[in-house]
Design a protein around this ligand. Structure first.
Ligand SMILES: [Cu+2]
Length: 463
């Protein structure tokens, strides 16, 4: 792919705008409906009250109303968004977990040019899957995401069972000092370990917000971990919580939530049966690490609806092809540390260090010095990632453009979850099966953004 210069950029944007979803991808990802009116997403720098006491300056967001809006799409219906860049630096939008044409994937150099200050880029695609997804930049990602640019996407299937309430929660931290202002987004010594944690935790940009829900009713709770670093272990107190979907896909078999560990980029959907008595609270907690934290609370209101989680019809599975394991080709994916030198030679992609590598190649992505793809895949063929984590840290590994099924793991029995992100533990070996059903260059990277930007990034080419 040619490197696009700034001069080419307006031309490229115009092409995307006119042809939208028609850009070079065959099959069901290439549906040629007329594009709907685009949703305007203007990036800008604002002040926001996150700590509850001070206004934080230099917060970055989409729109002007604080937290980036929750975008609601419909499964199988065309969607369009116009990115207008009001930041003082380039940006792009990646639609995490959505299977869409490669030209819409939002990765600088791999799939699209930078969108510079005051320029626009038109995105258009038709989401094939229903569920909880999210959107964020893929340029100067640690800073832009760290400063606020992480929003949740809900793709509705109108045939889903009826809940009595739905609550969407965007979970993330902020690196703020005692004066409520941003401090350095990372410390290299932490980048070389689990990553640099935020100092202020939030749910929907608030500290422990409370939401009302009907007593005795069924709540569809959509949790999205949009933080750049933190791994969560979810626990629910005070109500009955059933896991119905993970990472945008219904689970093969529902199960009661005991404790579930999920990493940056992952989503959890729970059916919560609220207590019967008015005023009773359900608390959603993260018990990972040494500092258990209440993230948000739901308060039962009204007289009991006396609903039963067993009455909920199942969610429809998304149309994700299953790999043919008999013919599948195996691709090794080895996650390791690296000590090669790096230079901060990119606007979007590098922190100036290499600490990590995939298959021994450290590459921070989002920059012009492309490495070769880790593998070239044939459209329509089945593959299995044999992924192995040689590091002493967990890594949420995210595949763009395609969904995989978890086949087996050395950690013990795994459910055949369909997902776009797998949180691999130290010393774990996992097998992930998928069909290469989407043409183009697709990133595979750790979603601890410091790891991504210090080498734990690679990409696949589907031809
Ligand atoms: Cu990582």
């Amino acid at each position: 792919m040619a490197i696009l210069t700034r001069r080419n950029l307006l031309k490229a944007s115009a092409v995307a705008g006119v042809y939208g979803v028609g850009l070079g991808v065959a099959g069901r990802f290439n549906r040629a409906e007329a594009a709907p009116e685009p949703r305007l997403l203007k990036t800008q720098t604002i002040q926001a009250n996150i700590t509850g006491t001070e206004m934080t300056r230099d917060v970055m967001t989409y729109g002007s109303d604080g937290m980036p809006p929750v975008l609601r799409l419909r499964q199988g219906e065309p969607f369009a968004a116009r990115l207008i860049n009001g930041l003082a630096e380039p940006t792009t939008i990646h639609w995490h977990g959505l299977r869409l044409p490669n030209a819409m994937d939002g990765v600088p150099f791999l799939t699209q040019p930078y969108v510079y200050t005051d320029e626009i880029f038109d995105y258009a695609f038709t989401p094939p899957d229903a569920g909880t997804f999210w959107y964020h930049p893929h340029c100067n990602t640690l800073v832009q995401m760290g400063h606020g640019m992480t929003g949740v996407i809900v793709v509705d299937n109108p045939k889903d069972p009826q809940f009595d309430a739905e609550i969407v929660v965007n979970l993330r931290d902020w690196r703020l000092g005692g004066d409520g202002q941003f401090i350095a987004q990372y410390r290299p010594r932490d980048t070389a370990k689990a990553g640099t944690y935020g100092t202020v935790r939030s749910a929907n940009w608030q500290l422990e917000p409370h939401y009302d829900a009907p007593a005795g009713g069924l709540v569809r709770l959509r949790l999205a971990i949009t933080d750049v670093t933190r791994i969560y272990s979810f626990k629910v107190e005070g109500g009955e919580a059933t896991v119905i979907a993970i990472d945008g896909n219904p689970v093969p078999k529902r199960f009661p939530l005991d404790v579930l560990q999920l990493g940056p980029g992952q989503r959890l959907e729970l059916a919560i049966r609220m207590p019967d008595s008015e005023g009773a609270m359900v608390s959603i907690e993260d018990i990972h690490g040494t500092n258990p934290t209440v993230l948000t609370k739901l308060r039962a209101v009204g007289s009991s609806l006396k609903r039963n989680v067993g009455d909920l019809a199942p969610l429809a599975f998304n149309p994700v092809q299953k790999a043919d394991l008999g013919s599948a080709e195996h691709i090794p994916v080895i996650l390791s540390a690296s000590a090669e030198n790096a230079t901060a030679d990119s606007i979007c992609g590098s922190l100036g260090y290499n600490f990590w590598a995939i298959n021994k190649v450290p590459w921070s992505g989002d920059k012009p010095d492309r490495t070769a793809p880790m593998a070239e895949l044939k459209l329509g063929k089945s593959y299995v990632f044999d992924m192995e984590n040689l590091t002493p840290h967990s890594h949420p590994i995210h595949l763009h453009g395609m969904s995989f099924t978890v086949l087996s793991s050395t950690t013990g029995a795994v459910q055949p979850f369909v997902s776009d992100t797998y949180l691999i533990q130290p010393n774990e070996k996992v097998q992930l099966g998928f069909v290469a059903d989407n043409l183009g260059d697709w990133l595979l990277h750790c979603h601890i953004i410091e790891h991504q930007e210090t080498g734990m990034t690679s990409y696949l080419r589907v031809v």
